[in-house]
Design a binder for this molecule. Structure first.
Ligand code: MF3
Ligand code: CO
Ligand code: CO
Length: 317
């Protein structure tokens, strides 16, 4: 008996792939804002990492998570055709600095901007530049804030103007994939349960789940040694325990999971030039399940607030 395979027809590669614009100078952060260890050198200190946070760190991470979530919403409200990703960077940067936070990506391993902005076939780590968002684009904005000695990391993919149905579906299914991964987090579950839930959630659509970039432990360091794959990895049988804090941030590709790196050493594209969407939250494992740390003080987080809003056509909420 032959195995039946569902065929998923892909659109032709884009006639206008994303091209890099000009990258402006690094923005400055007032000396009054406390910085992470790498801010001056670009190199995070190589310290042993703990998987379990203290009560004080957890309280601090709620603050860092709130600032990141609110900065993401502030950037989301500004998204419309014609705005450049560097203008979005300025909005995110100013929001974090005014809140007393350091934008964690600034000089992290030499990254020169305060956000990552990843358009269409760009999977992650896009550098904000002078390229204008176009009607029909999708753009992931990834914000990380450092305040009270800890980081909060969150991202959302936004629709710019009038987006085709296939892209809108990709975006909403990527959001559902993140929530599928989050929903299995509880004490005694295993890390591989997260990736399995994410893969199961997108399997019906034939999408590719990115393997080379994964979620991560987070706390006083931006990326700790705890690894959170978004695919099923039977070897990652680490038991999930109360007090762990980590991100879940699946990158979901319309076509193959395979990637290509731009010459700038940061920008990651799909190899087949099909579009990719991503969502991210920072999560705390509690005694009974989980808490989302990257939520605003009031109202819903970005992925709910901007759910299916065609930005630039309807007034921002
Ligand atoms: N925020 C990204 C993450 O989710 C990391 C960006 S690191 C940078 O882990 F250097 F590219 F900014
Ligand atoms: Co992250
Ligand atoms: Co991030």
């Amino acid at each position: 008996m032959s195995k039946r395979r569902t065929r998923h027809k892909l659109p032709p590669p884009p006639s206008s792939p994303v091209v890099a614009g000009l990258v402006g100078p690094m923005r400055t952060v007032p000396v009054s804002v406390p910085r992470p260890d790498y801010a001056a050198t670009g190199r995070p200190a190589d310290r042993a990492t703990r998987a379990i946070r203290t009560e004080d760190e957890i309280a601090a991470m709620r603050i860092a998570g709130r600032v990141a979530a609110e900065a993401l919403i502030a950037v989301g409200r500004a998204i419309r055709p014609g705005i450049t990703s560097d203008e979005l960077d300025r909005i995110g940067h100013d929001f974090m600095v005014e809140a007393g936070a350091y934008p964690s990506t600034l000089n992290y391993r030499g990254f020169t901007k305060s956000l990552c902005t990843s358009v269409n076939e760009i999977v992650c780590h896009g550098i904000p530049d002078s390229r204008k968002l176009a009607d029909g684009d999708i753009v992931n904005v990834d914000v990380t804030a450092f305040i009270e000695g800890v980081h909060g990391d969150t991202s959302c993919t936004f629709l710019v103007g009038d987006v085709d149905q296939e892209s809108a579906d990709l975006v909403s299914r990527a959001r559902d994939a993140m929530h599928a991964g989050i929903s299995v987090v509880r004490p005694k579950a295993r890390i591989y349960d997260i990736g399995r839930a994410i893969e199961d959630s997108v399997a019906p659509y034939g999408y590719g789940v990115v393997r080379e970039f994964i979620g991560h432990g987070i706390g006083d360091q931006f990326h700790t040694s705890l690894q959170i794959p978004h695919y099923y990895d039977p070897h990652n049988d680490t038991v999930i325990l109360p007090g762990m804090t980590f991100t879940i941030e699946p990158m979901i590709n319309r076509g193959s999971h395979r990637l290509e790196m731009w010459d700038d050493g940061w920008t990651v594209s799909t190899r087949d030039m099909q579009r990719s969407a991503q969502f991210e939250h920072t999560i705390l494992v509690t005694e009974t399940g989980y808490d989302l740390l990257t939520i605003p003080s009031e109202g819903p987080p970005a992925e709910v607030l901007f759910n299916d809003v065609r930005l630039g056509l309807q007034p921002a909420p």
